[in-house]
Design a binder for this molecule. Structure first.
Ligand SMILES: *[C@@H]1O[C@H](CO)[C@@H](O)[C@H](O)[C@H]1NC(C)=O
Ligand SMILES: *[C@@H]1O[C@H](CO)[C@@H](O)[C@H](O)[C@H]1NC(C)=O
Ligand SMILES: *[C@@H]1O[C@H](CO)[C@@H](O)[C@H](O)[C@H]1NC(C)=O
Ligand SMILES: [Zn+2]
Ligand SMILES: [Zn+2]
Length: 456
């Protein structure tokens, strides 16, 4: 009887999927019963208690980019307990878990693991024990939500029509961990990717994103202006790099004000380009003209092409202004230590998919279209390689003061957001696999039987 019922169900789902393919969607009814079930499971006191304990252990022991050794060990030990296999190490500390049949399609879910060099100022039981380090960007919550999804997926393993890859990456904060994960080849066969980032502007129980560009591209530069040092009383015997540096800084600001369209791309009026010089150094004494001045900063753009243009113009300005003052200028774009992050551009279909799943989980009114964000994310390296979308997930609760900005020493998270993140991750994966494998299987009528038998 179980066999018959399952067979009938499978055939029905299969026809439903064929209809859905016509309008490109699995049925919303089937989807909301899935999302309700997942959210209910993740909100069970025992499940939520486990999520909290995972997160608190990570929060107490924050580790910086590429040094996430304890965090990585915790991830592996939780995957071991769940009976989930994984590859490790990928890019130093990264872990790639695998749930499902092993066969295609492969869908990726991503969490970043690194903390920031910030001293936590929130006084609470699970405050960071590592001096000067803090999970102030919520990556502890991302790891927790992905482990939560892993547990849900393991419980629903029989329903997975393909494979979910659980991507725990190092070094989002400046180290381009995502780029290094991709370089290893460990993610080569993943067809599409979804990621979440906590967001203190939205209340718990809501999520947001936008199609197209969500986050800026960003790069860093370090310029060196070399002149000829000498006595400050005899400038005619020197080539003054301090004066040249002053002109460089002024001219860098003129790039944005004179060369970008102030109305560029309509909705991007508040997110076009930024150049900021963050430090200048050179010389030690008031009466000596130094040999060299160094200065460095960041540049950001709404588009990856804009980032390339800025890079070229920064080089022109540094070299040109230095030459005008009889000095020589050079720029290092720190591609090894501070690899530029491309703009994070959400793929339209993946965005629609996640939005659709989010609406089934949380209701239409709790899935928001948010304005673009000038911060950058190394998720952009995945979105350059494959259809990918990243959503932000609300953590705000004024009672708990979990409305502080990311990277603030007062940053705090309402842990009620964890079941939402776990369920959203899991549902996005299950329904993606369902949609994409059904389309393959339903094209061939004779595949119905073995397919049903597989499931039993
Ligand atoms: C990692 O864990 C060990 C043992 O639990 C602890 O002694 C150590 O301080 C942790 N490392 C860091 C960087 O916090
Ligand atoms: C289902 O798959 C089709 C074909 O790949 C795609 O166009 C569509 O966007 C998918 N639907 C969802 C909800 O992801
Ligand atoms: C905020 O947190 C408090 C304390 O945990 C909780 O009682 C309350 O329900 C939360 N509010 C919302 C809107 O979730
Ligand atoms: Zn951050
Ligand atoms: Zn972050």
């Amino acid at each position: 009887m179980a066999w018959l019922i399952t067979l009938t169900m499978v055939l029905c789902t299969c026809y439903a999927a064929a209809d859905a393919a016509a309008e490109n969607r699995p049925s919303q009814v089937g989807l909301s019963s899935l999302t309700d079930e997942l959210l209910q499971m993740a909100r069970e006191p025992e499940f939520l208690g486990w999520l909290r304990s995972v997160r608190r252990r990570i929060h107490e022991d924050p580790e910086l980019a590429f040094h996430e050794f304890n965090t990585s060990r915790l991830v592996r030990s939780e995957l071991d307990s769940l009976g989930i296999q994984y590859t490790w190490p990928v890019a130093e500390t990264g872990v790639v878990g695998s749930v499902g049949s092993g066969s295609q399609p492969w869908f990726g879910l991503r969490a970043d693991m690194d903390a920031l060099p910030i001293q936590e100022l929130v006084e609470w039981e699970h405050k960071s024990k590592n001096k000067g380090k803090m999970h102030a960007c919520g990556h502890d919550a991302h790891v927790t939500m992905l482990l939560g999804a892993a547990k849900l997926l393991q419980l629903k393993q029989a329903d997975l029509k393909g494979t979910v890859k659980l991507v725990f990456q190092p070094a989002e904060e400046g180290g381009a961990g995502a780029y290094h994960m991709l370089q290893t080849g460990a993610l080569d066969n993943i067809q599409a990717m979804f990621g979440l980032h906590v967001y203190p502007d939205l209340p718990v129980g809501s999520i947001g994103s936008r199609p197209g560009t969500l986050l800026a591209g960003a790069g860093r530069f370090m310029a060196s202006i070399r002149g000829t040092g000498g006595h400050a009383a005899r400038p005619q015997d020197t080539r003054d790099p301090v004066l040249a540096a002053a002109f460089v800084i002024l001219a860098l600001q003129q790039i944005i004000s004179r060369e970008t369209d102030p109305l560029q791309a309509g909705s991007f009026v508040y997110m076009v380009q930024v150049i900021s010089v963050g430090f200048v150094e050179g010389g030690r004494a008031e009466n000596v003209i130094p040999e060299t001045v160094r200065l460095g900063g960041t540049f950001r753009s709404a588009t990856t092409e804009g980032l390339d243009d800025l890079r070229q113009r920064i080089r022109d300005v540094v070299e040109g202004q230095a030459a005008v003052h009889r000095c020589s200028g050079s720029v290092d774009f720190m591609t090894d230590t501070g690899r530029p992050y491309p703009a994070t551009v959400n793929h339209r279909e993946m965005y629609d998919h996640a939005k659709y799943v989010g609406e089934a989980l949380l209701g239409k009114s709790n899935v928001k279209v948010i304005p673009p964000i000038m911060a950058a994310e190394d998720f952009s390296f995945y979105s350059q390689k494959m259809p990918a979308a990243i959503f932000v997930i609300g953590i705000k609760n004024e009672t708990l003061k979990s409305d502080q900005p990311l990277h603030s020493p007062y940053f705090f998270i309402d842990e009620e957001s964890f079941p939402v993140g776990a369920a959203l991750n899991a549902a996005a994966a299950i329904s993606y696999l369902e949609n994409h494998s059904m389309l393959v299987n339903c094209d061939e009528p004779e595949s119905h039987l073995p397919f049903a038998a597989n499931i039993i």
